[in-house]
Design a protein around this ligand. Sequence first.
Ligand code: ADA
Length: 552
Amino acid sequence: MTRLFNTHNIRKEIKINPIWNFYLNGFKEITQMPVPSCWETHPKLASYRGKAVYEQNVSFSGNARLVFKGVSHTAKVWFDDVLLGSHYGAYGEFSYILKDVINGQHTIRVEADNSFSERSALHIPNDYYSYGGITRPVILEQLGEVYIKQMHFTSFFKDGTWNAKISILIENITYLEKEISVDVCIDNKNVLTIDAVKLNKNSSIFIEKEISLKDVQEYTVLDPKLYYLSAVVYENGKAIDDLIDRVGFREIKINGTDIIFNGEQLKLKGFNRHEDYAEFGCAVPLQAMYRDMELIKSTGANCVRTSHYPNDERWLDLCDENGILVWEEAHARSLTEDQMKNKYFDEQSNLCISEMIENHYNHPSIFVWGLLNECASFSDYGRRCYIKQIDQIKSLDSSRPVTSASCYFGSDKCLDLVDIVSFNIYPNWYFDEPTSEHLSRLKEWISTTGGAGKPLIISEIGAGAIYGFRSSNNAKWTEELQESIIREQLSAILNDNDCSGVFIWQFSDCRVDNENFYARPKSQNNKGILDIYRREKLAFKTVCDVFKSKDR
Ligand code: ADA
């Protein structure tokens, strides 16, 4: 299951065996690999960086859609030895349409590559691990001649009632003209019918309508009411394709320095979370995601940041269900100006942003889009990149605010571009200064920039500790030191009325790339309040106490 609910009643899925053939030069004894997974979970490939080939046989005929939810980090895909294309970026969904396939057995072949090179602008040696393999699910869907490619839902409150803009993209993959009709339902009640839609051969049509709804329940953090939105396509009265998603009725507005979610001012208390789990790497299975969600809820947190890349949809589904608000972030961490000048940077960032927004648009829990964490926002060149990417985000979704986590106190030139100003600060860890003093200086400086008068989020605070290293001497990496630093940071920020919230760096420890991080004991970023197995450090209890002592 790639989502937590059925996304089709009519469109059928063709089963793919989860154990794929696996070929890697020099490793003759490894012949198979489960999908999804990271190859690092194989005992012999724990640090392998490079290419590997996956192969799987499938039997079907006619038209189909082959969907990859994520291959890390570069993929080349063949169907029956014909190259379908290649894709860059571990965290984006991509798909291919297979037409007029003859009845019989066919072969899907994928070459995955997680190596670093000039051609990889976003996956670079970093403070998290770029795993390898087919790390998110693969789906094969049987299609007819016409299918729904995309459906977006935007709710808005107007004239005392909830409304929604619904847009649907439908594609005709045949050489014949088609006439179809479309029914749209919310929780099985028809809300829209569009008749006599003409589709030219081999082309798509974009339909957009606004509807007004009575008696709908709002989506809130305390009561995250979800509705099923479904679209069904009919030809000559017969249902030929459908698409189902889950939506919520909510609106996000910025009012001066406040972030308003359905009329309520947000005070965010949450975590930065990497998709990383000791045994599974970035291919976190549902039961482990579920456990993370239960742990997050148990702290009294109300939000999570998908630092520093778009997340698995099942995680977003869990956030939707639990009213955990999401800052979803396009992929990029701490790129220098030179790295932003990489000739692939624009194209690869553009693709990541469009895949993120197109595929995750409907999640009601996503309240803000993030981009370019700690990149070169201090330079003129960097600023041009921020402008380009923010323009792209706004053109794809004008219903959500945009933010970017900066660490350039004193030199950031992009604070006028974002809707919400966000800063990563580590007082008492990377520098010695009480958090409240640091915050006062930061706010004072922001008030002299284009960020003046905007909401402020502290997007990272934290300190490192190695699980089990206990001592009352307050030495670096002790759980005691981490606990006392986080206690001090949190209380200063949550008591500051000018801050709209805080995200702790980080929820749990994560593996880091070997190439770069000599300052990372155990080759992990140890700032988790849980370790990589989700064992609690001392700070966990403190975070629960502090978060729970504040209202949601
Ligand atoms: C930065 C960065 C994080 C992490 C953190 C740290 O703020 O955004 O990815 O590297 O620093 O642990 O130092």
